[in-house]
Design a protein around this ligand. Sequence first.
Ligand SMILES: O=C(O)CCC(=O)C(=O)O
Length: 273
Amino acid sequence: MNDELKEAVDHLKTYGYCLLKDRIPSDVAKSLAGRCLELHDDDRYKQYITGDDHYQTLFGIMNLDDRAWTCASHPDTVSIARHFLGPSCRVVEACSKPTWPGATAPQKLHVDSASAFNEVPDVPWMINTIWMLTDFTVENGATGVVPMSHRSRRKHPPSEITPDSPLIKPVTGRAGSVMMWHGGLFHQARPNTSDQIRVGLNIAYNPSWFNNWIEGGHQPIWPETYERMPEDLQRLCPGRLGLDREQVYEQFGDRKRSTRGGQNLRDNEERMT
Ligand SMILES: O=C(O)CCC(=O)C(=O)O
């Protein structure tokens, strides 16, 4: 690991997040942003979208655009994810997250995938990333983080941290940069008061012991997607292959939401080609 990455690891350890600037060319990032917006607009993918007119998540991008692979297998993010989660960590989801102008309310401040724990572990259970497919600015909704909050071991941020809290720091960067964070960090998509759409590509890395059912909506990698992947990416997506969540993840409790079928998504994709 080079000195720059070591510094990023130290930053993530101390503050709960780090920023890697300009990891893919900005024109590649922007063209992927354009494609993501087309997918959000396409009725065939509506069932894989959560959110409203101002902020959405579209799950399953690894199966829909191979350019997401470049981000998921980027040597720098993978090296940092492996540092925290071990050599067998895996890519579990890539989803696009646009914020449109007029999004005046921020996303709820939250922690990732911690709600099912009785006690939040003191080792990371997720290293999350958001690739800036457009520039991320203070005005257009750059992700806000509460530095050092990953050490709190809370399942939910305290209600005292209100949306206007000075504890929330926007993480800005040029298109092609990526922010990484510990799943326990309090964070949110911020309001978009600009006239530009902000598009992020959120890619999560989990350790092999983590049950991905917890994160409602996460779609598995389809077997045929896996077949087409280069070997280094296959190493990051082992085992859990299938067309929908029920085929792949252990289900538990009453979390039977977001069980939308990958088969339909695949059929739709076939109709497109
Ligand atoms: O879209 C953003 O800026 C935040 C994404 C987020 O909260 C998440 O992926 O957990």
